[in-house]
Design a protein around this ligand. Structure first.
Ligand SMILES: Nc1ncnc2c1ncn2[C@@H]1O[C@H](COP(=O)(O)OP(=O)(O)OP(=O)(O)O)[C@@H](O)[C@H]1O
Ligand SMILES: [Mg+2]
Length: 339
């Protein structure tokens, strides 16, 4: 399936005017770069002379960064600790022009920070600071209140579940019910272990490993893929399901009016250079939801998100992409295939 030039223009020019609520686990990806000239006298490890430090938004915050890069306004709701990493995080949000006033502080947890030390362009160690326990009832209440006060002004809700504890079973249930009662489009980037708590949403975007795990069947061929997809659609009463399949592209399942029939469509990746697939899933869900918010059908949104992911994996790190870049790439692709 291909998009006509007029559809590409119509959708991508509409993108960039919505407020999209992003709820989930945020992370900070911190990179320390340096040189190595000696081994430590304390232990058989290299000593890295740090010369440069970079901070990147990760998890739900990377979804928000992708939303912002598309020109939309992300409303990022999450939980951070009462620590210096939370300050670093707020500053990083400010640098990306993302509002940080919807972060709830829970002093019982640490703000997730993953620090990589890179010496002479080799990653030497990764040191993680994080808590994975579920947020307590009081914090859940604050999250729910905030979501409910922001949802009316939002066009869609993205739930970005990295399994760090913000999304508890009961919070998921309440947030999904609330968004459904307001008729808001709900997209979930799932964590394997929470699958059965995402019932009744508009779309879930697992990769093939996560989908396999949820149903307990390894996706080895097209036949099993269809079984897994149908089973997820039925069990979770989904409106749609987008299984991302790395180099094999994506498969979109859609509910037909009659409940037990699901149509599916395959979208192959567009061959291009692959530098870094980090964060591809975040780009997929952000661009899919942005396209739907701009009036795209689910199939059109899949083409757009497939193209967006293709662009970001051609860049180093968890990259983001603009609507203009997506439009240019889609037009280039349609020209190439036509010629
Ligand atoms: N090696 C690849 N070649 C071409 N396209 C790719 C490749 N890897 C990923 N993509 C594109 O990115 C999309 C999402 O990738 P993938 O299925 O790996 O998601 P994911 O595992 O959720 O990613 P993440 O690591 O960000 O969670 C794919 O559907 C495809 O469009
Ligand atoms: Mg993923």
């Amino acid at each position: 399936m291909r998009l006509s030039q007029s559809r590409i223009q119509a959708i991508t020019t509409q993108m960039g005017s919505a407020r999209i609520l992003v709820l989930g686990d945020i992370m900070i990806d911190r990179y320390l770069y340096g040189t190595v000239s000696r081994i430590s006298p304390e232990a058989p490890v290299p000593v890295v002379d740090i010369q440069r430090e970079t901070i990147a938004l990760g998890g739900a915050a990377n979804v928000a960064a992708n939303i912002a890069a598309l020109g939309e306004t992300p409303l990022l709701v999450s939980v951070v600790g009462a620590d210096s990493s939370a300050e670093t995080f707020r500053q990083a949000l400010a640098n990306s022009e993302i509002a940080s006033d919807m972060l709830i502080v829970d002093s019982s947890r640490q703000t997730t920070m993953k620090t990589r030390v890179i010496g002479e362009s080799q990653q030497i160690v990764r040191a993680d600071r994080e808590d994975r326990h579920e947020i307590g009832g009081e914090i859940q209440g604050q999250v729910l209140k905030l979501v409910s006060s922001k949802l009316d002004s939002a066009k869609a809700l993205i739930i970005s579940d990295y399994g760090k504890g913000v999304l508890t079973k009961s919070l998921l249930k309440e947030v999904i019910a609330l968004a459904n009662s307001k008729g808001i489009f709900i997209a979930v980037d799932p964590k394997e272990t929470h699958f059965m708590n995402y019932s009744d949403v508009s779309v879930i975007t697992p990769n093939h490993h996560e989908a396999s795990f949820a149903i307990g069947k390894r996706i080895l061929n097209e036949e099993v893929l269809l079984e897994v997809g149908s089973e997820l659609m039925t069990r979770l009463r989904l409106k749609s399901l987008l299984i991302t399949r790395g180099k094999d592209g994506m498969t979109l399942f859609e509910a037909d009016g009659s409940s037990s029939v699901h149509s599916h469509t395959n979208f192959p990746t567009v061959a291009r250079r692959v530098f870094d697939v980090t964060g591809a899933g975040d780009t997929v869900i952000a661009s899919f939801v942005s396209a739907v918010s701009a009036g795209a059908t689910l199939k059109e949104a899949t083409i757009i998100s497939n193209c967006a992911a293709g662009i970001t994996i051609g860049e180093l790190g968890a990259a983001t992409v603009s609507c203009e870049a997506i439009a240019t790439e889609l037009i280039r692709l349609s020209d190439t295939t036509a010629g």
